[in-house]
Design a protein around this ligand. Structure first.
Ligand code: BG6
Length: 466
């Protein structure tokens, strides 16, 4: 049973809150999943009347529901909100918020505190230094109650900056209180990987280097960098989705069976894989990494006209564990690709080269390629057929919202299994920095590709699959 919780959103009038966090809260509200005594405090720089803030929240939901919303439900939802203005670089606002929360606790009963930091990463470390902020966290932890914090990626831009962020988080929170978001872990099809692998007695015995030839994690997007030019140009495809989503996908598909499905055991097993990744070296870089930028990228707003940031990468690596040694692991992602395709493909060895595919897009499905006799009593030849298990016959999910809702609910319940541990972050940066050091030392040239074509894939395969 979830405990009563005060959900405190820093950056409540920002983009992330409007697109994901507030709609996700409404999703939970509509499904009756929020615990009794749940209330939301929106925090933003801009001073605002309570009524104006609630009006804003209502408008966000109307937009997200495309006007198709029950007004009475919406009225009850916006009633959960109060607003507090805090200048993030000034002490006073934090202390006023801490006092307001204490007053509310006294009049309405105590609740757990769940902080959501929907703020630009640059300003995070300074926030934790304010004693008023520390009071919000500390005073939440009395009489058996808890304070927790949800933090969004990017967790730094390399191992060093990630460590700085971790140190500053640690001034206010213990590891048990920190919920680092990687929304891919909450994706339905990826949540199902653990059960598919360990709760069926079908494939797990073949899930190793004796039977499997390669594993490919692919994340092709037709979208470009949209209006995030400046952020993306300092990030690039590999840090944007490789370091986080794709390495976690790889960890899920390859980890050893955990002793339980509890957060601590699952996170440990993911970590074992992330720590065993073998980075390409200066000698192998040129045959195992390809990176490219799509034509036209440099004229996008916010992007350096001489930018060398990659919008596509493809690389081959290996997992140095007993189970996986010798199996090629391919990671490949790109923007402005010819099609949207996000999947993990497990390819079995010759002669039959069966495949098992966990696909997120264009359809959430699990596909198994089998060899079978051609149909027809007079036929005796063989052919490849696919068994397809579609998660939904008609895709009905709302992009991101359900995933964010799941993560918020788990954080309310204190379940960290779909959140990334500090050690996982460290391991992913170690691998990422090693790869990036090779291209920063000009060992991997930057190629180009025409947007909305498969040019990048063709070029990459010619190098990496050779
Ligand atoms: C985000 C990246 O983390 O993941 C985006 O910053 C990317 O660039 C997105 O588009 C992909 O997520 P999804 O859920 O749309 O597959």
């Amino acid at each position: 049973m979830s405990s009563p919780t005060t959900f405190i959103v820093f950056g409540a009038t920002g983009d992330l809150a409007a697109k994901k966090v507030i709609p996700a809260l409404f999703y939970l509200f509509e499904k009756g999943k929020l615990p009794a005594g749940f209330n939301i405090v929106g925090v933003s720089r801009k001073a605002m009347e309570q009524s104006e803030f609630r009006e804003r929240m209502g408008n966000i939901i109307r937009k997200y529901s495309r006007g198709n919303v029950d007004q009475r439900a919406l009225d009850r939802f916006v009633d959960l909100f109060t607003f507090s203005a805090v200048q993030f670089d000034e002490e006073s606002g934090y202390q006023e918020l801490a006092n307001a929360l204490d007053t509310k606790d006294r009049s309405q009963g105590k609740t757990n505190r769940l902080l959501y930091l929907a703020l630009p990463p640059k300003i995070l470390p300074s926030i934790f230094t304010h004693s008023g902020f520390q009071n919000i966290v500390r005073q939440g932890v009395v009489g058996g109650l808890l304070s927790r914090v949800i933090v969004e990626k990017p967790f730094g831009v390399d191992a060093e900056s990630a460590e700085v962020l971790e140190k500053s988080l640690a001034t206010c929170f213990t590891e048990e209180q920190i919920y680092r978001v990687d929304h891919y872990l909450a994706k339905d099809i990826l949540q199902s990987v653990t059960d598919f692998r360990f709760d069926n007695n079908l494939l797990e015995h073949e899930w190793n280097s004796d039977s499997i030839e390669s594993i490919r994690v692919r994340l092709w997007e037709t979208l470009g960098v949209e209006n995030r030019g400046e952020f993306y140009d300092h990030t690039g495809a590999f840090r944007d989705v490789g370091q986080s989503h794709m390495l976690e996908m790889l960890a899920l598909i390859t980890m050893e069976k955990p002793s339980s499905y509890e957060a601590k055991d699952l996170r440990l097993k993911r970590l074992e894989i992330l720590s065993a990744l073998k980075a390409p070296t200066a000698d192998t870089a040129i045959q195992s990494i390809f990176r490219a930028q799509h034509n036209g990228y440099r004229s996008i707003t916010g992007i350096d006209p001489e930018s060398t940031t990659e919008t596509y990468f493809s690389l081959r690596t290996e997992i140095e564990t007993l189970r996986w040694k010798g199996v090629s692991v391919y990671l490949e992602a790109g923007k402005r690709m010819h099609e949207a395709r996000k999947e993990i493909v497990i390819s079995f060895k010759a002669p039959y080269k069966n495949k098992v595919i966990f696909r997120l897009e264009p359809q959430e499905e699990i596909v198994i390629d089998f060899i079978t006799k051609k149909p027809g009593v007079l036929e005796s030849g063989i052919e490849k057929r696919a068994f397809t298990f579609k998660l939904y016959e008609t895709p009905s999910r709302t992009q991101y919202i359900a995933e964010y809702a799941k993560m918020i609910l788990d954080a309310i319940d204190g379940d960290q299994k779909l959140f990334v541990s500090a050690d996982e972050v460290r391991a992913t940066w170690k691998f990422t920095d090693a790869v990036r050091a090779l291209w920063e030392n000009n060992l991997v040239p930057l190629a180009s590709y025409a947007p909305d074509t498969d040019e990048a894939v063709v070029q990459a395969n010619a190098i990496i699959l050779k």
